[in-house]
Design a protein around this ligand. Structure first.
Ligand code: URA
Length: 189
């Protein structure tokens, strides 16, 4: 990608990307929402049907649970920068393929290099495994911290997993709150 790239230019590139077959299912491009000046970046997996229709990440039921967590830990839903590793729609229930994530990775890397967050929260098994280069269950991965592009990363459960089990009532809602709090602390250092 050329020098002097901005979030707008990378967003436009992602919006017309055809580097893998997922572009065929794209209705509205889904790039990011929230605060590009935040020290916290949240990375989900991929847009679902609601996001594909509305053109913004985490606007469906998983987004409602994410918003509850954000209000509790970060004081609001727009105070962090929210994106997905895979920018195009994937049918719910399908695991992310390696080549989808690898094709989209350069967009994510540019986002990280421009936002310069102090911490990145990775949501869900597929993205956590991808960045760690392992194949583990979330029970083993959650709470793990590591560095990516010199940035602190925290792994946790995906909000859609919480949403499927009652949202706030889910036995792991507080686990995710704890992981978000770890991220908050890392962002404040
Ligand atoms: N799940 C994700 O991983 N991302 C979204 O934007 C919505 C649901």
């Amino acid at each position: 990608m050329e020098n002097n790239i901005t979030l707008e230019t990378v967003q436009h590139k992602a919006a017309v990307c055809d580097l893998c077959e997922l572009y065929k299912g794209r209705i509205k491009p889904v790039f990011a929402r929230g605060n590009p000046n935040s020290s916290v970046m949240i990375c989900g997996m991929c847009p679902g049907p609601d996001e594909n229709n509305q053109g913004s990440p985490f606007v469906g039921t998983a987004g409602q649970v994410l918003n509850e967590l954000l209000v509790k830990v970060f004081g609001g839903t727009e105070s962090v920068y929210i994106t997905n590793l895979v920018k195009c729609f994937v049918k719910p229930g399908i695991s992310l393929q390696q080549h989808w994530m690898s094709r989209c990775l350069p967009y994510f890397i540019v986002q990280v290099s421009l936002i310069k967050p102090k911490v990145i929260i990775l949501l869900g098994k597929d993205v956590c495994n991808y960045f760690l280069g392992v194949n583990e269950e979330m029970g083993k991965l959650r709470g793990k911290t590591f560095k990516y592009l010199s940035t602190n990363v925290v792994c946790t459960y995906h909000p859609s997993y919480l949403a499927r089990g009652g949202g706030k009532q889910h036995k792991h809602f507080n686990t995710v709150l704890k992981d978000f709090t770890t991220a908050y602390q890392l962002s404040a250092n």
